[in-house]
Write a protein that binds this ligand. Sequence first.
Ligand code: CTP
Length: 409
Amino acid sequence: MRGKHIILGVTGGIAAYKSAELVRRLVERGAEVQVVMTASAREFIGPTTFQALSGRPVRDSLWDSAAEAAMGHIELARWADVVLVAPASADFLARLTHGRADDLLATLCLATDAPIVVAPAMNRLMWANAATQANVATLRSRGVRLLGPGSGAQACGEVGEGRMLEPQELADHLAMLLVDSGPLSGRKIVITAGPTREAIDPVRFVTNRSSGKMGFAVAQALREADAEVVLISGPVHLPTPPGVRRIDVESAAQMADAVQAELAGTAIFIGTAAVADYRPEVFAEKKIKKTQQRLELALARTPDILAGVAASADRPFVVGFAAETDAVERHAREKLVRKKLDMIAANEVGACKAFDCEDNSLLVLWDNGRAELPHSPKLELARALVRLIIERWQAQGGDAVGEHAGQTR
Ligand code: CTP
């Protein structure tokens, strides 16, 4: 989003307080944000907060001669790379549908050729009302994009559809919309994430502590870079990043099958999943009863999905992950060579390190190079990793020939 110009329209609704957080999320990604408030928005939140967070005076009137002299409303409409209205009230959706130009925000929407994105927020019955739904259908047919609404508890005490999406979600969606076509544009990337579950009997399984957070963050960062992302995930409690195609699996064998089925045309494969290395040798069809003092569970190796992809004929660029408790660099480099990977991202695991944490750090290795990505939130780390992957992939000529990078190596 660096350097992108965003007009954030704030209309009258209790969710307007969340727009302050939204400004922060957009600014921290490098966007320039100009907040435009309607008169009713000012009943919910003051402009000073927005001015402080965006670093720009809020615009709220067509008739403010000083502001118009600095940047007239038509110039402002041209300045925008996108207009995001969040929250978008039922009244604003109606005005937008009818092409009204009765305040600055509505006028800007008429005068801009930038994409218009609205994040509706209103009482569930106002949202469900046939008038609102007809307006929404018209807006959609004209190319206005809708983000949300989500459902849940509402400020009015009711429960249902009509909540504005969370600021982080809105910022993520917008980042995707604003992406310039880059080297990953339209390239298919397959990524595995999360743990696998290896069944012992119908009610028990062997698994591990992986939360899937790192893999989901990498999938999101790839999608932000305009890649076509297929995320093959073990059982996790995480929402699918916007625009990502997700395939849910349970066991290592199912994950291996799903990867095989998706491999054609894949430019880059990234294995972030903590695939169980062993599965119970036999699956007990019926629940195992506690009849013995000791119970031995025989385990058999699961297929190594990553090494399998690296050994395939039309192999894509292959990135592995390594979780190590000691001698991180030595073990990871050994894995890079043994599994014939193009790149490996290693992290130290242990008490509150890497697994199920919000932050992480990575040591990234390739044939004759290394990079340390310092401790940071997983999404930031994922974005840095994606930049490195693109560099190495391009250095190997991955993007040079043909439509399908998978056929170039
Ligand atoms: N991997 C895989 N299929 C497996 C096991 C692992 O695809 N059956 C992938 C993981 O997604 C990850 C990398 O291989 O990218 C991890 O390699 P692995 O050899 O399992 O290393 P560790 O998990 O670090 O464990 P160990 O050191 O015990 O080998």
